[in-house]
Design a protein around this ligand. Sequence first.
Ligand code: IFM
Length: 442
Amino acid sequence: MRYKPFDLPKGFLLGSATASLQIEGGDTNNSWYRWCEKGKIKDGSHCIAADDHWNRVGEDIGLLKKMHHQVYRMSIEWSRIQPEPEEFDKDAMEHYRNEILALKKAKIEPLVTLHHFSNPLWFEDMGGWLHPDAPYIFNYYTKYMVQHLGDLVTDWVTINEPNVYLLFGYLQGIWPPGEKKLGKYLRGAVNMIAAHTLAYRTIHEMRKLMMYDDGETKVGAAYHTRVHEPASERKGDKRMAGIVDRLFERIFVTGMTEGKLIFPLRGDLPYDPGRFSDFMGINYYTRGFVKFVWNPAKMFMEIFDNPDCEKNDLGWEIYPEGIYRVCEKYYKMYPMPVFITENGTCDAEDAFRADYIYSHLAQVKRAIDDGIDIRRYYHWSTLDNFEWLEGLSARFGLAEVDYSRNRRRTLRDSGKFYGEICKRKSVNQGMIDKYLKKKKRG
Ligand code: IFM
C-alpha cells in the first residue's frame, strides 16, 4: 500500500468503544456468565474476570486520555442495574454515574449503549427477546437509565448489533440462549425493533421533560454491517446476496430507522412509522461472499470469506473499501449523520492494526470528501477483552491486557498511532514513517 498523509475535518470526533460484559468482570447474573459456565467458549476462558474494568475505571480512563479521545462508547450491564424484575441496584447506578462523571471531567463525551448482547438471567429465563412483553420490559429499564443519567448523557445507542445477537443466539445456536429457528430469529427481530422504537421515544421525551433542548439528544442503534458480495455474476448468487442483505441488515435498519416492518417481518409495532434514529450507527469489520446452493438445510446459501486476501487472526478479510461502501449505501438510504460505532481488527501481534486503522480512516476521509456526513469514529476496542465465543484469546485492543499478570495494560504501537491521529485529526508523514509497515506478520 502507498501511504499518503491526510487530514480529517476539525469537527470530526474520534475515540474507541467497549462493552460492559466484555471488560468489567464480576457479574454472575447474566446470560453470558451462564454460557461460560456451560463450557461453551472456544478457548475455555470465562467472562467472570474479563479485564476487571469494574475495579479499574480510573486506570482505563487514563488510557483514553493518553490516546487523546474526544468520545468513548461504553455500555451498561442491564443485569447489574436491574438484578430482579422489580429491583434496581442503586450502587451499580452510582458506579456508572461516577464513571460517566469521570469521563466528562476528562472531556471525553460518552455514547452509552443500553443493550450489548447480554441479558439479566430473570429476563433470559422468562423467554428473553421472544417474550411478547420484552420491548416494554426493556423500556422500563430504559426509563430508569434516563432518569438517572439523563442529566449527563446526550448520546445513546439503544441496542448493539441486534442482527448478530439474533443470528448467533436464535438461528445458529452458538450464543445464548442457543436456539436454532428462523421463526425465532424473526420474532426476536420484531421485538428488538419494537424495543428500539419505544426506547427512542422514551429517551427523547424524558430529556425534554428534564428541560434539555431536544436537538441535543441523539439516539440510534449500532448495526453490524457487511458487504454482501455475490460469489459470482450468476443470477442465483446475486439474488441470494440480496436476500442475505435483507435478512441480516435491511429488516433491522428499516425497522429501527423508520419504525416499519418489512418482509419477511410481520406484526405490529407500538407506534406508527416515523423517525426513530438521529444517527446511523455503523459497525464495520469485513465482507462476505454469498453463493446460492441447492440445499434447504443451509437455507439455500453459503457464506464464505475471500480465500485470497489479507486476513486478521480470526480469518476475516481486511477490506477497507467496505467501510466506504456501507457508509455510502446507508447514507443514500437515510441521509442522516453517520457514526462509525465500531471498526477494528483482531491482531494479537499488533502486526497490522496500525495499517488497518490507516486504511479504514483513509476510506472514511474519502467518503466525507464525497459528501457522506460521517461525524465520528469509535475504534473497537480500547483494550483486549472477552470476545464472546472466541474468549479472551482474540485480541482487538489498542491496549494489550496481560491476562497472566494481573491484567496489566500496555498501549500497543497501534494504540500510540491511533492516539496521535485522535490528537491531530490527521496522519502526517512523520507518523507514516514511524508506525506504518514497520512490522510484518510472522
Ligand atoms: O467484540 C465485538 C463487539 O461486541 C460487537 N461487534 C463486533 C466486535 C468484534 O467481534
